[in-house]
Design a protein around this ligand. Structure first.
Ligand code: UDP
Length: 243
């Protein structure tokens, strides 16, 4: 039976107060339930985008689990008097599911990122966690004509978990549109996770993660990320105004 987690509303969407451990227990319940569940990993940029995108807001609002994926979210919850327990990021969730896959038999599909990256991420995870069942991969660049065959490919893989790494909000919308066609019980949008797990992009050094400077590392490693960082001042303004 999936567990219920308490939540706080930030900019009109719910964010759940979970730890990595409780999120993994909740996800285990989803996988055992064998019906589709959507897990959103919310960061400040997503909540700003959702302000101007009612469809994204609707999708986050009806997701089964919304984890706090950035220090900005923890800060915003704190301003509303809720101390969220910890940051639970998409990359850490996928890494943990791969670790658990070896023992629990979770079948995981990696969908997203540039050609070759999902394969490389799968190989890295199998090396890191021998026995991990990454049962299929597909890059996140495709034509409209290929869209149905990707759904079929995921169905055929009999995956329990589909990690969709195509960036916000594309991945959330793809999950919402396809959740009932995949026969999978846990669908999660994970942004640049496959780039990180494949070693294509290096994760910020631990010290920067601890100092909440992972965003700065990402911008320095990939200047295109600046568009995402540019949403942060608006996030801060919105949170301060809404108080
Ligand atoms: N991507 C994709 N299909 C697309 C556009 C992007 O698979 O049509 C991938 C891209 O290669 C990258 C990921 O989506 O691996 C986006 O990562 P990013 O860190 O920008 O995600 P976000 O910051 O939105 O979480």
């Amino acid at each position: 039976m999936p567990t219920t987690n308490s939540s706080v509303r930030i900019l009109d969407v719910p964010v759940h107060d979970v730890t990595m451990e409780s999120a993994l227990n909740t996800i285990d319940g989803y996988i055992k339930a064998k019906t589709p569940h959507h897990v959103v990993t919310a960061d400040a940029s997503m909540l700003v985008m959702a302000q101007d995108d009612p469809d994204l807001r609707r999708i986050i609002g009806k997701a089964d689990l919304v984890t706090p994926d950035s220090v900005g979210i923890l800060w915003a919850a704190g301003r509303k008097g809720t101390t969220l327990k910890e940051r639970v990021s998409g990359v850490d969730i996928v890494d943990n599911l791969c670790r658990l896959s070896a023992a629990n038999g979770y079948r995981i599909f990696f969908f997203g990122a540039a050609p070759g990256v999902a394969d490389q991420a799968a190989e890295c995870m199998r090396n890191k966690y021998p026995g991990a069942q990454i049962v299929g991969t597909r890059s996140g660049f495709y034509t409209e004509a290929e869209a149905d065959s990707i759904v079929q490919m995921i169905r055929d893989s009999q995956a329990d978990v589909v990690a969709v790494a195509m960036g916000i909000p594309r991945q959330e919308k793809w999950i919402d549109a396809n959740r009932d066609k995949l026969n999978a019980s846990m669908l999660i949008g994970v942004g640049g996770t496959l780039d990180v797990l494949s070693g294509t992009v290096r994760r910020a050094p631990r010290i920067m993660q601890k100092l909440a400077l992972e965003w700065l590392w990402r911008v320095l490693s990939n200047p295109k990320k600046i568009t995402k960082v540019m949403l942060l001042p608006r996030f801060v303004r919105l949170i301060i105004q809404k108080r």
